[in-house]
Design a protein. Structure first.
Length: 86
């Protein structure tokens, strides 16, 4: 089996998602933190990049929705943290 640069990108994506989940379980990161959502979104995006080169529809759909939901959560938190101007 040969490895390519996109395999490495996918592995980094998996590691990011696993680190975010581990930090959540260790109470080092809150699920409501913007960083939690952004780490998950970046990890899913990197996995999707690797899947473009070695396509698997079910895995791609899983990562697409993981990315979309994580990005939605991050944007929602960013918007809620913006205070109105006085």
């Amino acid at each position: 089996m040969s490895y390519h640069w996109f395999d490495l990108i996918g592995i980094v994506g998996v590691l990011l998602i696993m680190v975010a989940y581990a930090l959540l379980q260790l109470d080092r990161l809150r699920s409501s933190a913007i960083s939690f959502s952004l780490i998950n979104a970046l990890g899913a995006l990197l996995i999707m990049v690797s899947l473009v080169f070695n396509f698997n529809l079910s895995a791609f759909l899983m990562e697409f929705f993981w990315f979309a939901i994580s990005l939605f959560g991050a944007i929602r938190r960013m918007v809620s943290n913006v205070s109105p101007a006085r």
